[in-house]
Design a protein around this ligand. Structure first.
Ligand code: CA
Length: 432
């Protein structure tokens, strides 16, 4: 069963929402916002051009379902207390909010003063990082991306390392520098080594890049020492956001042996503000690439074939001298070799405890064609084929002042489940 009463394509809100909106009534993504700069952060749901203030509904004791009654989870700085209640509470909230916004439940539709308080115009709100992120892990789950990078650094014959088709490869990242979309980042300083040099130098990274990724937030999954069986894994995938895992390629190349990326990835990671739920994405489930050559080990075998989603993804760049963003890449979430469930199961298989608010990102999502590559490293093929922009400028990697804008959506019939934008500008190196 793909559709339930909350994602029925014929469902409409009691007010107008444009057909190309990222936030129709079938979406209902959760986030954290301030209704104005001086107001306290609280939980909200994006709906068309508005944000529904869940703290107002909570104060009026609207949430009467068994999982949410008497729960003080929406008047908070982060979604973590709500996420901690698990999947069933999320589904309960979604059903209730869907009924309110469709008018099936008339409490909001028929109360003008409540509508004014609870529906805040999107352009008036300040969006905040929605989750207090405990741990951040970044995977490397696109076969095309791993093959492209491996080809550049080790040659075609050794492109994929021997472990890659057996293990969802990843590394433990840094959560302190995960920032909300709209936060600008400085070009990092670091050690790099010129191709013919014997010793490194210290200075600004010259090869700053974006990485088009999808992240998911975990709700409390397993205790230390226990594992997550594949059949339960999706229960703990609370929701998805776009991720830009900014990378300094020259720092990365010098530092990554033997323990993998370190400073090349820790100067900033951007996430989009709205968390898209598995319920909104359910109609877009699809199969990922076949995993038969080789077969994966039993603990990683999917319990259902359609463990991924058909989500169109795009990246655009706007330099300071450009009039508009220019699209440089179009990819799809379904290209990923390893599913989110496999990433989560593998992460916890040693008994590593996964906690509410942990962020797991996919790794760069590249497809098979050159216009689907999810990083500048691949799009310009290490700088050999510079990208050309409509105003005549070229790019091998990002320049100071470049804004990177990622977006994505799942296209339904007459509506789209959008992710909004994950956007950030690269500023010059910060003066000491
Ligand atoms: Ca990455």
């Amino acid at each position: 069963m793909k559709f339930d009463s909350t994602n029925d394509p014929s469902l409409t809100a009691f007010f107008d929402i444009p057909a190309d909106s990222h936030f129709p009534i079938q979406n209902l993504p959760f986030g954290i916002f301030r209704p104005g700069l001086k107001r306290a952060p609280r939980a909200g749901v994006a709906i068309g051009e508005y944000v529904l203030d869940l703290s107002v509904l909570q104060d009026l004791k609207f949430f009467e379902g068994p999982r949410l009654i008497n729960q003080d989870v929406f008047n908070r700085r982060y979604l973590n207390p709500f996420m901690d209640l698990g999947k069933e509470a999320r589904i309960e909230a979604r059903q209730y909010i869907s009924d309110l916004l469709s008018g099936k439940n008339p409490l909001l539709k028929d109360d003008e003063s409540l509508r004014k308080r609870a529906l805040v115009p999107m352009h008036e709100v300040v969006l905040e990082l929605p989750v207090e992120i405990g741990d951040y892990t970044d995977f490397y789950s696109s076969r095309e991306h791993a093959t492209n990078v491996g080809t550049m650094f080790r040659g075609k014959d050794n492109a994929l390392q021997p472990n890659w088709l057996h293990i969802p490869v990843g590394y433990h990242g840094r959560s302190s520098s995960v920032v909300i979309s709209g936060t600008n980042l400085n070009r990092p300083m670091g050690q790099t080594i010129a191709p013919d040099a014997d010793s490194p130098t210290f200075g600004p990274s010259r090869l700053v890049d974006f990485e088009l990724e999808m992240g998911f937030f975990v709700s409390d999954a397993n205790k230390l020492g226990s594992r997550i069986p594949m059949k339960d894994a999706e229960d703990y995938i609370w929701g998805l956001s776009l991720v830009n895992d900014w990378s300094a390629r020259d720092i990365q190349k010098w530092e990554y042996v033997p323990l993998g990326p370190f400073l090349a990835k820790n100067f900033g990671t951007s996430v989009s503000p709205w968390i898209i739920t598995p319920e909104a994405l359910a109609p877009f489930r699809t199969e990922g690439p076949k995993q038969t050559e080789p077969e994966v080990l039993d603990y990683l075998k999917p319990n259902r074939p359609d463990q991924t989603y058909d989500i169109h993804l795009e990246v655009a760049i706007q330099g300071e001298k450009m009039d508009a963003p220019h699209r440089v890449c179009a990819s799809n979430f379904k290209y990923l070799y390893w599913s989110m469930a496999q990433q989560l199961v593998h992460h916890a298989v040693t008994g590593c405890n996964m906690r509410t608010g942990d962020l797991l990102a996919s790794g760069t999502i590249s497809g098979q064609t050159p216009d689907s590559y999810g990083s500048m490293l691949e799009l310009s093929w290490r700088g050999e084929n510079p990208l050309k922009f409509p105003n005549g400028e070229e790019r091998k990697f990002l320049q100071d002042g470049d804004t990177v804008i990622m977006t994505g959506w799942a296209q339904g019939e007459g509506y789209r489940i959008g992710f909004g934008e994950c956007e950030g500008k690269l500023l010059p190196v910060q003066k000491e």
